[in-house]
Design a protein around this ligand. Structure first.
Ligand SMILES: CCCCC/C=C\C/C=C\C/C=C\C/C=C\CCCC(=O)SCCNC(=O)CCNC(=O)[C@H](O)C(C)(C)COP(=O)(O)OP(=O)(O)OC[C@H]1O[C@@H](n2cnc3c(N)ncnc32)[C@H](O)[C@@H]1OP(=O)(O)O
Length: 223
């Protein structure tokens, strides 16, 4: 991976914002479709009929497609967007999506409601899903959108099961040394007691710009 993998896209911010909203609304409906599919008890004939309609809708969306994944894009105005991201992607129905709030330097949190699509043990959040969400918020905490960081090592302690439903995730930078940033985080259910605790080492890759005033990063400023 190199900086060249971040795509400079000439789309204007106004157009990005407009398109993001339109497709995000469709994505919400697809999330509903996923939940409805998991929990549906309609009869087999109805399932077959719905499948035909869904297949027809997929064909319509396939009429014009990107050649590969959505990637991370940015424009000259400083707007960046990663619509396909597995956790925060506004156009990815697999993403809850997590809306991460940056409270200040080195601190971030997110509130999300996890439904049937995120189940592992009965009625509980899948352990891999907890790791996925923690990884993203910890990566963003380390980065603060002022530098590029990648997960080096992630360590999780699952203290208790997390019930499906409302979940809060919080992360903060514990320490920094050169290109290595240690982040601590936890995930908690409605009672606020941490159910999963995490420590991660996030690394500024050797090929990434480290100078926070670097113009490359100015372009990635929160958008
Ligand atoms: C990515 C999205 C970007 C979005 C851009 C737009 C705007 C926002 C900007 C920022 C991003 C915002 C948020 C972050 C987002 C998302 C979170 C998702 C995170 C992920 O989902 S990300 C995927 C999983 N992640 C990987 O896919 C990593 C694969 N891997 C590599 O790409 C390399 O492996 C790398 C880069 C890790 C290191 O490569 P390198 O060449 O820089 O490292 P080098 O050898 O120089 O080592 C330097 C010192 O780190 C130590 N060290 C090295 N590796 C270590 C390890 N793994 N664990 C512990 N220590 C390690 C050495 O021991 C040495 O230590 P010492 O200096 O003490 O000797």
């Amino acid at each position: 991976m190199t900086m060249e993998m971040f795509i400079l896209d000439e789309t204007s911010t106004g157009e990005v914002d407009r398109r993001e909203k339109v497709v995000a609304a469709l994505t919400d409906s697809v999330r509903d479709l996923v939940d409805a599919t998991i929990r549906s008890t309609v009869d087999d004939d109805e399932i077959l009929a719905v499948r035909e309609e869904v297949d027809a809708l997929v064909s319509r969306l396939r009429a014009a497609q990107l050649a590969g994944p959505a990637g991370v894009r940015y424009n000259a105005e400083g707007r960046s967007w990663n619509w396909g991201n597995a956790v925060v992607g506004q156009h990815n129905a697999l993403a809850p999506p997590l809306e991460i709030v940056h409270d200040g330097p080195g601190s971030a949190r997110a509130d999300v409601v996890l439904g049937a699509a995120y189940e592992g043990p009965p009625g509980m959040v899948h352990g891999g899903v907890a790791a996925l969400l923690l990884d993203q918020i910890m990566g963003e905490t380390a980065s603060g959108f002022k530098r590029l960081t990648m997960t080096g090592t992630l360590s999780l302690r699952y203290r208790r099961g997390t019930p499906l439903g409302p979940v809060r995730i919080e992360g903060r930078i514990a320490s920094e040394s050169g290109r290595k940033i240690t982040v601590q985080a936890h995930l908690a259910g409605p009672d606020g007691e941490p159910t999963v605790e995490a420590t991660g080492l996030f690394i500024i890759p050797s090929w990434a710009p480290v100078d926070e005033s670097d113009r490359t990063w100015a372009r990635f400023a929160e958008g």
